[in-house]
Write a protein that binds this ligand. Structure first.
Ligand code: PNS
Length: 228
């Protein structure tokens, strides 16, 4: 009985990781034939003939993953953040929502709590990954092989700080591009700071944050009040 099989050895090479380059795939085909069809003499002897012809069959290119970092304090995540994440994931293969170890800001929620809330909300969205980072944002982007940083731009008042940060990041690493995305109009006045203030003063924040976050805010603020 004639048998034939092939082994494909695939070699991968990548260029411009941050830019979402392409993967080059070379096929080296090693074909092994059981003897009957190949050499009549060997067939008569019942032997086997193995023919190996390693060759680079072709070089095929596949698109390489485009990844963006969406950094922030996320203290806590709001519906405005979620809106930006939804927009970003339509533009990129993967969005890494990265929480900065930003203790100078004296966050209400600990890093662990912020990460947990993100995992339970944004982390459930396809192509979204939750991470944390310490140090420079551009270093983290490089480590993650991300070519872009996403920032939400709500109003002109955001612009000055965002502009400064984007240009500084470009100076630090010109290969990382900052992309500004505008959230839905109804979220343009929304910020984590204002949500915390409303919650602290006993207002209803359920329209501004996921249910889980509203609950976490209530628990956190009650605890904070009782420890004062
Ligand atoms: O949600 P925030 O607080 O506006 O996020 C600010 C953040 C975390 C994106 C920014 O402080 C940051 O990138 N920190 C990392 C340190 C860094 O790279 N600094 C230089 C940027 S100018």
């Amino acid at each position: 009985m004639e048998r034939a099989f092939s082994i494909f050895v695939i070699s991968l090479s990548r260029r411009s990781p941050g830019e979402g380059g392409r993967i080059r795939v070379s096929f080296f085909v090693i074909s092994a034939f059981a003897c009957p069809a190949v050499v009549p003499r060997l067939r008569d002897e019942g032997g086997c003939f193995v023919i190996c012809f390693p060759f680079c069959a072709s070089c095929v290119t596949f698109p390489f993953m485009r990844r963006a970092i969406y950094p922030g304090s996320f203290d806590p995540i709001t519906n405005g953040h979620l809106d930006v994440i939804e927009r970003a994931r339509k533009l990129f293969d993967e969005v890494v929502v990265a929480v900065a170890h930003n203790d100078e800001k004296q966050p209400l929620f600990s890093l662990k709590d912020r990460l947990d809330l993100l995992r339970e909300t944004a982390g459930k969205i396809d192509n979204v990954r939750i991470a944390e980072f310490e140090g420079l944002l551009v270093e983290f982007a490089r480590k993650e092989e991300a070519g872009a940083v996403i920032r939400g731009l709500r109003a002109v008042s955001d612009f000055e700080f965002e502009f400064q940060m984007a240009l500084m990041n470009r100076k630090l690493d010109a290969s990382v591009e900052t992309i500004f995305l505008m959230p839905k109009e109804e979220y343009t006045y929304l910020s984590s700071r204002i949500v915390k203030e409303i919650a602290r003063l006993g207002g209803d924040v359920s329209a501004f944050v996921p249910v889980l976050v509203a609950r976490a805010l209530a628990i956190k603020l009650k605890k904070n009040i009782s420890t004062k």
